[in-house]
Ligand binder design. Structure first.
Ligand code: UDP
Ligand code: MG
Length: 349
């Protein structure tokens, strides 16, 4: 399978048949093998029956994953990716706001060698104050914080090479951060303008509260990227700063006692110094606990701390097997020795 188009569906019964028809039209001139994976995210408006009908009509191209309840768009997308067979994955909305006619251009860009092609709704058809404006601000902030400069993180219509998006799990509202994750595993990213239409049927599932969720997700993404392997640098750093401030305050107290003959407990400085010290100490302790968690995170999943683009003359050893000991057990005598390779798969010797 060359291409999987993944579409999360939550109460979009009226749009789906037209959408599938539009996809067929758009894909007709493209010489590739494609499928559509619809994920019904707990719809209650009969979307499921519509999807069943469409799947029955075209068993080869239409796949449907029906979730047990509404899990949210990001989780629905994750389920779609897990059930997709394509080497290239295109994500899009079910509400006809994205236009499948843009997919061939995206595939051209992938063929040029890009790993991620991000859609940019140049002429966005949403209400300005509650949707477009917050989204513009969020895009600038996300671009600045992640260092991946895109005009439209919120546009679902994006194409990905499978290998750059299967290495991590998606939580919360995080599907919009996939390009940033992909960039961190070394993906080449580009952006193309795409069409955008006003919603014809149904209504949007989101309001302004999403902006807050996106900000919190951004914080998580930044933390995971920069400090997940070395959390002590963040917490320990903050701890040192706080303890440093505590010591400075203590110095001021002592100088005031000696030079000005001030009584120690007459000012709040002593209390402040103690508080700062305790906070700093706690922060360092938190960093140490986070270090333990980082090890649990990587080692419980046999997750290396690097990503490999390609191997030249590989020797057949799979690092994950080495970490779990399977390679050693499964290798007949005379097979490759695992010992010297082991430390390179760990992030601390
Ligand atoms: N969606 C979903 N689960 C949800 C909310 C939304 O699968 O809990 C789907 C929805 O059916 C649509 C896409 O996610 O295909 C985008 O939703 P919507 O159009 O409401 O978002 P907007 O375009 O307004 O940002
Ligand atoms: Mg929409």
């Amino acid at each position: 399978m060359d291409l999987s188009i993944i579409i999360p569906v939550y109460n979009e019964a009226e749009s789906i048949p037209t959408l599938l028809q539009n996809i067929r039209q758009a894909m007709e001139p493209v010489p590739c093998c494609w499928e559509v994976v619809f994920v019904d995210d707990g719809s209650s408006d009969g979307s499921q029956a519509v999807l069943e009908q469409l799947a029955k009509q075209d068993e080869e191209r239409v796949r449907v994953v029906v979730l047990r309840r509404n899990f949210g768009q990001t989780t629905a997308i994750a389920a779609g990716i897990d059930h997709a067979a394509g080497d290239v994955i295109v994500l899009m909305d079910a509400d006809l706001q994205n236009d499948p006619a843009d997919i061939p251009c995206m595939l051209d860009k992938i063929a040029e060698g890009y790993d991620v092609v991000s859609g940019w709704r140049v002429d966005r058809q949403d209400t300005f104050l509650t949707r477009t404006l917050p989204s513009r601000l969020a895009n600038s902030l996300i671009s600045w914080v992640t260092g991946v400069h895109l005009h439209d993180y919120g546009c679902t219509l994006k194409a990905y090479r499978r290998e750059v998006i299967t290495g991590f799990r998606l939580y919360g509202e995080m599907h919009r951060f996939i390009p940033a994750y992909a960039h961190w595993v070394g993906a080449r990213i580009t952006e193309i303008p795409v069409r955008h239409h006003a919603r014809k049927y149904g209504k949007t599932k989101y309001g302004l509260e999403r902006t807050l969720k996106v900000l919190l997700d951004l914080l998580t993404v930044k933390y995971l990227n920069q400090y997940a392997n070395k959390p002590i640098y963040l917490f320990g750093g903050a701890g040192f700063v706080l303890i440093g401030m505590s010591m400075l305050t203590l110095l001021v107290i002592i100088l005031r006692r000696i030079l000005l003959d001030e009584h120690l407990v007459r000012s709040p400085l002593l209390l402040m110094s103690t508080m700062l010290f305790i906070m700093g100490f706690q922060s360092i302790m938190m960093g140490l606990i986070a270090e333990l968690l980082a090890r649990t995170y990587h080692e419980s999943q046999h997750k290396p701390t690097y990503t490999v683009r390609r191997l030249i003359n590989p020797n057949g050893i799979h690092p994950q097997d080495l970490l779990s000991g399977e390679a050693l057990e499964g290798t007949p005598s005379g097979g490759p020795k695992a010992g010297p390779l082991l430390p390179t798969n760990r992030y601390d010797p």
